[in-house]
Design a protein around this ligand. Structure first.
Ligand SMILES: NC(=O)c1ccc[n+]([C@@H]2O[C@H](COP(=O)([O-])OP(=O)(O)OC[C@H]3O[C@@H](n4cnc5c(N)ncnc54)[C@H](O)[C@@H]3O)[C@@H](O)[C@H]2O)c1
Length: 443
């Protein structure tokens, strides 16, 4: 099948590359010329395990092409995936500006029956807005081209995006059209060789499913963070509690790790957008409000521990920070807890030396220039260098190389052996026995 993917970010590029890998001919369109030029030369704009080789191979064999506009002949097809960003607007609602701009653009270009797939995470009712935008452009052109709008939210996880797309738990398709159901089934069946995992439902149901999924995961995290904070005040080790409840199959182990708050480009904005949807429908989302409030507060927990230990003024102190991305396996720093902590540390006069296995370029790009110029933030290219002469170490992202480090070496190179473990990776008893001051979350 010939496909066009509009938006070549984490979702669009993975979608395009994986469809091309299955034999489809795919055009990826992005308005960011630099991104497109880079991709044509095999330079990927993001880090995602396994993605580079799929992109490069499929580009070489001609099944995956890149361009900057739907007017490019390679972008003509009968299935258009909208995979642009839906960042939070000022009131928390999903900003549909980019999605609707793409919809209008599609309306300006289609000449024969087309399926328009909303892959971006969009509020309930967006498919209707996309349809209206396309109809408006067709009307301006004075043409009558048939089309369907289908909701196909994406569930991939950054850090395992290729794996998730290639072997999805389920693929949600929201449509009322039999023709669309058939086309979507044809497209996705190659990704489900063992058994079919397509779930068909109404368009609005599909739109809501994505938000409900992310809100549920965010709820699990915030719940556990709340329990952790309580444990800390009551002389309880939350790690034992986590294992104790995780072993209950009704609860399970996933997404109940306490930490320094969830970040990334999805959970924070999707919870906010769902809260907005609820309020727009005169419904008070008490639970979602609490999930969000707990997470906002959780991002400050490490700094509170640091100031309890060192006082409010941190001038003259140096902190070694391990991990900048919002989670391991990605270079994405959107809404990362590390950024909140950096603002607090640097605001209080501290110096920070930071290391991340893949997010250094993203950090250089996204963090304020002034921090680098003033020398308050230094990015170092090796994990132990971040800890040399440090007054404390902070673990922010649980990348694998940080999980079992050489603590003898760490104790020798640090000025004071103090560890703030924002992801409960280390054994407090063992560290205390070897002379470290250890502080985790809820322990
Ligand atoms: N990142 C994730 O893990 C993830 C997972 C599931 C769903 N989603 C959802 O998928 C959507 C995309 O997320 P992302 O993380 O891939 O975003 P992203 O910011 O990485 O990429 C979006 C891309 O769209 C491009 N773009 C914007 N306007 C355009 C236009 N008019 N024409 C062509 N290109 C345009 C941008 O240049 C950018 O490259 C969002 O709605 C997000 O919520 C993301």
């Amino acid at each position: 099948m010939k496909l066009t993917i509009i938006g070549t970010g984490y979702v669009g590029l993975v979608t395009g590359a994986c469809f091309a890998e299955m034999g489809n001919t795919v055009a990826c369109v992005d308005i960011d010329k630099k991104k497109v030029d880079g991709l044509k030369q095999g330079i990927l704009p993001i880090y995602e395990p396994g993605l580079e080789s799929i992109v490069i191979n499929n580009h070489k064999n001609g099944r995956l092409q890149f361009c900057t506009s739907l007017s490019d002949p390679i972008a003509e097809s009968s299935v258009y995936f909208i995979a642009v960003g839906t960042p939070p607007g000022e009131d928390g609602s999903a900003d549909l500006r980019y999605v609707l701009a793409v919809a209008r653009d599609i309306g300006r270009h289609i000449n024969s029956y087309a399926i328009i797939v909303d892959k971006s995470t969009v509020p309930v009712g967006t498919a209707d807005k996309v349809r209206t935008a396309i109809l408006h452009e067709l009307h301006l052109r004075g043409v009558d081209v048939p089309f369907d709008v289908v909701s196909n939210p994406e569930f991939l996880k950054e850090g395992a995006a290729v794996e998730d797309f290639m072997r999805p738990d389920r693929v949600i398709i929201g449509t009322d059209s039999e023709q669309v159901r058939k086309a979507m089934r044809d497209l996705y069946l190659p990704f489900m060789r063992t058994h079919e995992r397509l779930q068909f439902m109404g368009v609005r149901d599909a739109e809501m499913t994505k938000y409900a999924g992310n809100a549920m995961l965010a709820t699990k995290i915030s719940f556990m963070n709340e329990i952790a904070n309580l444990c800390e005040r009551m002389g309880v080790d939350v790690e034992n509690v986590r294992q104790g409840i995780g072993s209950d199959s009704r609860i399970g182990y996933s997404f109940i790790y306490p930490g320094a708050g969830y970040g990334g480009s999805c959970f924070p904005k999707d919870v906010k957008a769902l809260i907005r949807m609820a309020k727009d429908h005169d419904f008070e989302p008490r639970l979602l409000d609490a999930v969000e409030a707990r997470n906002e507060a959780q991002k400050h927990v490490l700094f509170e521990k640091i100031t309890r230990r060192f006082g409010a003024r941190l001038k003259g102190l140096t902190f070694g920070l391990w991990g900048l991305s919002f989670k391991p396996g990605t270079d994405d720093m959107r809404e990362a807890s590390s950024v909140v902590l950096l603002h607090e540390l640097i605001g209080a006069g501290a110096r920070v030396k930071a290391y991340d296995p893949v997010a250094m370029a993203a950090a250089k790009h996204e963090l304020p220039d002034g921090w680098f110029k003033s020398g308050q933030l230094k990015l170092v290219d090796e994990q132990y260098s971040a800890l040399e002469d440090a007054d404390a170490m902070i673990l922010m992202t649980e990348w694998k190389p940080f999980r079992h480090p050489d603590f003898d070496r760490i104790r020798k190179i640090m000025k004071i052996p103090v560890i703030f473990d924002g992801r409960n990776q280390y054994d407090p008893a063992l560290l205390r026995k070897t002379g470290f001051e250890y502080s985790g979350i809820g322990r």
